[in-house]
Every structure is written in structure tokens, then in C-alpha cells.
Design a protein around this ligand. Sequence first.
Ligand code: MLC
Ligand code: AMP
Length: 505
Amino acid sequence: MSNANLYTLFRERFPADPEALFLDDVGGRSLRYADVDRHSGRLLRVLQQCGVGKGDRVVVQVDKSVDAVSLYLACLRAGAIYIPLNTAYTPAEVGYFLSDSTPRVFVCRSGTEVALAGVARTAGVAEVLTLGGDGSGSLIDALREPAPGDDVAVVEADELAAILYTSGTTGRSKGAMLSHANLASNAQVLFEYWHWRTDDVLLHALPIFHVHGLFVALHCALLGGSRVIFLPRFDAATVIDRLPQASVMMGVPTFYTRLLDRDDFTADVCRNMRLFISGSAPLLAETHRAFEQRTGHRILERYGMTEAGMITSNPYDGERIAGTVGYALPGVDARVADERGHEVPRGETGVLEITGPNVFRGYWQMPDKTAEEFRGDGYFVTGDIAVMADDGRVTIVGRAKDLIISGGFNVYPKEIESQIDELPGVRESAVIGVPHADFGEGVTAVVVPDGVGVLTEEAVIEALKDRLARFKQPKRVFIVDELPRNTMGKVQKNVLRDTYRDTFA
Ligand code: MLC
Ligand code: AMP
């Protein structure tokens, strides 16, 4: 029987050269392809000793590192379900994910295990480990102990490899279930579509708890047996320093605007680059133009989401048109539809719906929510408003879902509004995204006090500190007498967006 485990696909393609580097240079540590099996095999053994087997969840909230990548690969090999969490999440937020996913093991950053022990216990998590090399309970310390496992669990194509949480319009995060086949098919398509080469060198500055940095970037590199310059985070000066050694970079639009803000970002710095890719949020046409003027490179913009990996892409050889996200990827079928799921004529606006081998298996333990977001004929409703040209080229023109994207991170207003509405002195609130030169959209709250006591911007921001990850916290809070409403009593967020559009100008 053949094994659909994604790890076997990667392993088949590791380069023969024992010196070939996979991860290069994060904090001075590297990982050769020749060592990937052994390194992930040791972590595999530790996971197995903790009782992790097929279908068990492993929740991971750790800093970006060589070991973190090995832990992901170890989970694949165990047939376990990998659940990465944004390192910015507060203990309160982590508690929700642990209770919802009920993992066998939770791996956190060393130094946070005490703060997180309480929420882990409440969620009934048996093992809390760290990757830290600090003694007790650390996976890294265990690394020195066990002989590496060399097994790779046999899985069916539809078995789950990962659950990635994505917030919802109801304010409650949903776990998108992704199978080995979802991930493998998308990786193989992108590898071909973007003409990946084995001698490509990927500059990797994205976080590895989201689709973009974890799957899109790392999977392409693994399929190529390519080298990855693995930076702990995006820092424009470091990126400029390392770009001359790279041939491919992937980033969110903020990466590109921050690079353009610097005089030392020049065409010469990009002399060995083959491809710059942007996604996760809309890239402004003006950024696309400025980037080409400065470097001679036309950024290739693609579009995707947690539930489906990559969906459309501008072509590698054909025209990369600013402001568009290109064509449905091979194997993906996309249509623009009205609110009943009927396809609208080309050139007209509607919601983008998709099917394909990349589309997820549903939301973890939310069958009703899953059913709501699929049409009867199997198309998944993305919630993005799009127009499709006669030749199939897609332009994203808006969002049907109430979502803010700040620096490539999604923020669902409902979640923030619920937190603000619970604060003493608040009657109600509305959270909007308004243009922000650095983050694309800046989270902004408009709050109506309850008339008892005095409510200030500072007090609201302070009160949210322990409740919400920093990137979700409003960068500005406006206190107003009332919110604009339509005749149905619904808050008019478009009016608010207009009123506050120059907040970060
Ligand atoms: C950090 N902060 C943010 C923020 N990131 N605030 C709003 N939005 C963000 N994205 C906070 C910091 O905590 C800090 O708070 C302050 O803002 C300024 O921080 P900074 O030093 O300027 O931020 P930095 O650490 O440089 O991070 C910015 C960034 C990062 C853009 C490099 O956010 C990032 O790497 N984003 C990539 C997100 C991503 O990978 N998305 C892919 C999702 S997958 P304070 O209080 O300290 O001042 C997906 C599917 C698809 O969407 O299609 O790809
Ligand atoms: P996430 O849930 O983090 O995966 O975010 C997915 C959402 O990001 C999509 O539904 C889109 O709204 C948005 N997105 C991703 N790529 C692009 C892009 N190139 N242009 C516009 N929006 C994008």
C-alpha cells in the first residue's frame, strides 16, 4: 500500500549531496538535508514516548527555529495533527485553542510553561513540553537521549496533517482541518507553477504558524531540496543584507513597503533574485510599480487562505498585472457567484467560490459551520468579493466577511468588539480597519460609553492588553456619543471607515 504521508514526498526529494543545506543560519544553527531525518526522528521518538500517535493533536506555540521545523516534520511522521499557534497569542487565547483541540501534547516556548500551565490544566492537556534546551521537560534535552525513529506513519490521503485556526465572523476561532493530500497537492502545483529550481535559495522571513510561511514557503523549498535562508523574523536591514545570496522571497505587502522605505534597498541588492512573491493581503498597485522601478522585478501576487492554501496566482511567464491575483491554479476551479451560489457573468462582481484538491476537510468539530460555508455542489465560499475577466483572471475587490488584515494577520472585528463590550463603562463598540501605510489596514475601535464614569482611549487600550494578542489590539480608540446606524438598526461600518480613513495618514 502506498503511503500518502506528506513527509514521504519530501524525503524522496532530499538531495543526494550530504552537505546540501536545508535551513541556513537562524541564530547560527543550520540543518543539512542529510540530518533532517535524524533530527525529526528524535523528536518523533519523544512524541511517541508521550503517547502521540495517528490522529492525536499536537499544539505548538514556539519561536521560529530549526527545531520548530523539525517538530512539524516529526508530527507529520507520527501521523499526528500539527496545530501551530501565533506566538503573540495571550494565555487566555491559548486556553481556547487547547480546550477546543484537546491535544495530547502542548509544546510552548521555554519560560512560558509556568504561565501556561494553568490554561493547559484547565483544558486537560497531559503533557506540556518546551523546545528550549533548558533542562526539565524540554524536547530538546530529550533530543540527546533517544535513538531516532526512522518510521513514517502510513496515512490515507484524506487523513489530517494539520489544523490551522482562523478567526470567524462570530468571534470564535475555527480550526481548518487540512489533510496530507490538501497540503501535498498545493505544494506540487506551486512548485511547478512558479518554476521552482533545485538550486533556488529561499529567503524566509515569515512566521511559521500560518499557511504562508509554513506551507507555501517551506513546502516549495522541501520539494526542491533547496536551501532556505531562515531568518527569525522580518527585519528590513537583515533582509537587505541577505538578499544577494537569495533567488526567491515570499512576503506580505508590509515586507515590500518596508523594503521600499529604505535607500539601501537597490537593484544591486536583488542581483541574484529570480522571483518576489506577495500575498496574504492586497498589494497596492503603487507598491507593485514602485518595486519594479526600483529593482526591475515585477512582484508575482497570488491569493489564498487558510482553508485552501493557494487558490490563484499571477503567471510566472505571462503578465503579472498589479491589483490582480491571476488565474485559478491548476486543479482549482473558481467561480464568481451571487448570494445563492449561481455564477455571475464574467466582469461582474460576486463572491469567489472554489473547489479543488487543496480545499480543506471542514472546521474541527463544527459540522454546522462547515456546512454553511459549502454550496450543495461542493464549492467553498471564500467570502472574498471578486471579479473574473473573460480570460479567467481574478481581481479581489473587497470582502463579504467582516475582516481586517493588518500586516498579513487577520483580525475579526467581532472578536475585538466582544472584548471591548465586556469592559466596564462601555455600552457598545464597532471595530473597523482603515488605511495604514505600514500594516495596510490599522485596527481602529469606535466606542460608545455607558454614561457612568469616564471612558478614555488609554483605558480601553490598557484593558485589552492581557486579553488580546498585540496585533489585534486597536491602534486607536475613538470615544463617541453614538454609532451611525441604517434604518434596520445595523451599524454602518462603511460610514465609520469613511469618517476615520485618515487616522493613520
Ligand atoms: C506586529 N504588530 C502588529 C503586527 N505585527 N500590529 C498590527 N499588525 C501586525 N501584523 C505589533 C507589534 O506587536 C508591535 O507592538 C507593533 O505592532 C509594531 O511592531 P513591529 O516591530 O513594527 O512589527 P514586526 O514585529 O516588525 O511585525 C510586522 C510584520 C509581521 C509585518 C513583519 O506582522 C509579520 O511578519 N507579518 C506576516 C503575517 C503572515 O505571515 N501572514 C500570513 C497569513 S497566511 P508594540 O506594542 O510592541 O509597539 C494567509 C493566507 C495567505 O493569510 O494567503 O497567505
Ligand atoms: P487567512 O484566513 O489568514 O488565510 O486569510 C485569508 C484571506 O486573506 C483571504 O480570504 C483574503 O481575504 C486575504 N488575501 C490573501 N491573499 C490576498 C491577496 N493577494 N489579495 C487580497 N486579499 C488576499
